[in-house]
Design a protein around this ligand. Structure first.
Ligand code: SF4
Length: 350
């Protein structure tokens, strides 16, 4: 058989070369779940300090379940995709209430924030369920191994089509280690550009490397990038900064604070002096954000607007880029900014 011995060779390499990540060093169901949530759409290097802090403050499902949501979001601040934090919090409440929960991928797939990939990862690692994980790294490895010429419209379709092959490669023994080894291979050896084929433990099975152009796989249509322009408002009043707190039911940034957009603050676009222009990429959007100064009198009351004293800025959950921009504008002295202030957050009158 073409892939006979594949998993054995992969696992031999993994047990020797895997990075000693904290959720691997002392594995537990809770640590696996937290790491899988944090690693969705986020690189390992970014996750590491968040994971360490999280484990100190929320060492198990029970403690996390009992924590206030504002504190959970605060610890997640800067990791992005904040719905993950809220889902993890909801999941902890369910698991803490029923610790004998079913161990199958289907059972875990019913929990908040757990899709097929996360369910397979959690149950294969924690309970040795025979479920294959297919993320972007694994798609890359599988399409190269088989020199797969199929055009895929996106990564999700590719993962769906390749799942049977991933399941075929999965051994009955240690499926969790095999899944982690596939992901580790994609993350550290079978790189998107310049795969390290000469040191690859499964090179003898790889049709893509055999053809001399493994970078040609996978054949996934490039994402269409959309450009967006956003005008934001910088407005101070008596030692407080005007922010917008996102509605608790928001999909993306629930309960987080950001500099308000001109629409949220009811300010005419581009009227005050331009203080900064920032660019960032969120999923398929290339966003240019222009921050303009505004006078308090120009701001109309609106839902979610709050005046936050400078002294309280560290205590609230603020979106990562906005915290950086605010610190930068204060440091570089944009508008006059007091160093300290007193008082509580003050909602604008509706
Ligand atoms: S031989 Fe090269 S292309 Fe094939 S799996 Fe290994 S690193 Fe990837």
């Amino acid at each position: 058989m073409k892939f006979s011995g594949f998993s054995r060779d992969l696992l031999t390499w993994y047990r020797r070369a895997a990075r000693p990540l904290p959720w691997r060093r002392e594995p537990s169901l809770y640590r696996t779940v937290v790491s899988e949530f944090m690693l969705q759409q986020t690189q390992v290097a970014t996750v590491l300090p968040y994971f360490q802090r999280w484990m100190v403050e929320f060492p198990d499902f029970r403690v996390l379940a009992a924590a206030p949501e504002a504190r959970v979001l605060k610890l997640w601040e800067g990791l992005g995709y904040y719905r993950r934090a809220r889902h993890l919090h909801q999941l902890a409440k369910i698991v803490a209430a029923e610790p004998g929960r079913e161990r199958t991928p289907e059972g875990w797939g019913e929990l908040p924030g757990v899709g097929p990939y996360t369910a397979a990862a959690i149950t294969s690692i924690a309970f040795s369920a025979r479920a294959a994980c297919v993320d972007g790294n694994v798609v890359r490895v599988l399409t190269r191994l088989t020199a797969d010429e199929s055009p895929y419209p996106d990564g999700v379709s590719a993962a769906r089509v390749l799942t049977p092959l991933a399941e075929e490669l999965l051994p009955a023994q240690a499926p969790g280690d095999h899944n982690q080894a596939m992901m580790e291979l994609g993350a550290t050896v079978c790189l998107r550009r310049n795969p390290c084929c000469l040191v690859c433990p499964v090179r003898s099975y790889c049709a893509g490397a055999g053809r001399g152009a493994p970078e040609a796989y996978p054949k996934i249509a490039p994402k269409k990038v959309e450009r967006m322009e956003v005008t934001r408002v910088w407005c101070e009043r008596r030692g407080s900064l005007l922010l917008h707190r996102t509605h608790p039911d928001s999909r993306r940034l629930a309960d987080l604070h950001e500099l308000p957009t001109a629409e949220q603050a009811g300010v005419k676009k581009g009227t005050g002096p331009l203080l900064a222009r920032k660019k960032r990429r969120i999923t398929r959007f290339d966003i240019t954000e222009s921050i303009h100064a505004a006078k308090p009198a120009a701001v109309r009351s609106g839902e979610g607007l709050v005046w936050v004293p400078w002294a309280e800025l560290d205590a609230i959950a603020l979106s990562g880029p906005h915290r950086r921009w605010i610190a930068e504008l204060r440091r570089t002295g944009g508008p006059a900014m007091p160093r300290s202030a007193r008082g509580k957050s003050e909602p604008l009158l509706r």
